[in-house]
Design a protein around this ligand. Structure first.
Ligand code: ADP
Length: 259
């Protein structure tokens, strides 16, 4: 539990940041960024000072998720000022570079760009910096995870077997670099038809909880597959900010309390 170990992730790269919480996934498209942004806003709603760093170099989605598309500026000529949305500080690799360019960068260039985003951004004092990792178990998430002293990583998976196989690989990768896995979130868990309210298990259900039990890690909660989650994200107003009292936001908030 991150809260029981304040300060453990304090990194020299980010001296004012008490806890760096990584959000990772075995593969892309499972809702990692959606979970990361709603987690960050949820932590801020509980009174913490929070920032999010979108390090998903190959598909930065935080600009869309927050509706921000300005270039960050520098006040002191040395460090960039993070932008702000929904009560959190926001920085994305997508504010600074064209993702098509990043695609042809080699690993070391990617890593140094991401380290700069930690070190050369004026994060100020934060209780939590949520770091949206690139998906998968390749060199970039691994090197990045090793470069920040993270309190731990939240793994996001969808319930079907294929996604779960990838999340198990991700868990083994983080074990190897001694980063505690804070738990697994099952995203797109079940679908409730907005017309007839019938529940459908589009991608099956319960697999992440079972995988968590098998691996001896915590299960952090289930997030439903819901149109409002997608619409909120696309509109730059994530569900936890836009409809905090609704059942979808409550699922994210329950997950955030478990982290
Ligand atoms: P990743 O970061 O893993 O690539 P994203 O967070 O960008 O995934 O999500 C991929 C797409 O799925 C986005 O369009 C997002 O709005 C949508 N999405 C994610 N989670 C949900 C959910 N629980 N319900 C509905 N749509 C979702």
């Amino acid at each position: 539990n991150v809260r029981s170990a304040p300060g453990t992730s304090q990194s020299q790269l980010t001296p004012g940041v008490k806890n760096i919480v990584l959000v990772g996934a075995g593969k892309g498209g499972v809702g990692k960024s959606t979970v990361a942004i709603n987690l960050a806003i949820g932590l801020a709603r509980s009174g913490a000072k929070v920032g999010i760093l979108d390090a998903d170099i190959y598909g930065p989605s935080v600009p869309i998720l927050t509706g921000l598309d300005r270039k960050p500026e520098s006040k002191d000529g040395a460090r960039l000022e993070p932008l702000e949305a929904h009560g959190i500080k926001v920085m994305s690799i997508g504010f600074l570079i064209d993702p098509d360019q990043a695609l042809i960068w080699r690993g070391p260039m990617v890593t140094s760009a991401l380290v700069q985003l930690l070190r050369d951004v004026n994060w100020g004092e934060l209780d939590y910096l949520v770091l949206d990792l690139p998906p998968g178990t390749g060199d970039v998430p691994l090197t990045l995870a090793q470069n920040v002293r993270a309190a731990g990583v939240v793994l996001v998976s969808t319930p079907q077997d294929l996604a779960l196989a990838d999340v198990i690989r991700a868990k083994l990768m983080f074990d190897k670099v001694n980063i505690p896995v804070l738990g697994i979130v099952e995203n797109m868990s079940s679908f409730i038809c907005p017309h007839c309210r019938q529940e459908t298990q589009v991608f099956s259900h319960g697999g992440a909880r079972a995988a968590a039990e098998k691996m001896g890690i915590r299960f952090l909660g289930e997030i439903p597959l819901d149109l409002a989650v997608r619409e909120g994200g696309d509109a730059g107003v994530p569900i936890v900010a836009g409809q905090p009292e609704g059942p979808q936001a409550q699922a994210f908030l329950a997950m955030a309390r478990n982290v």
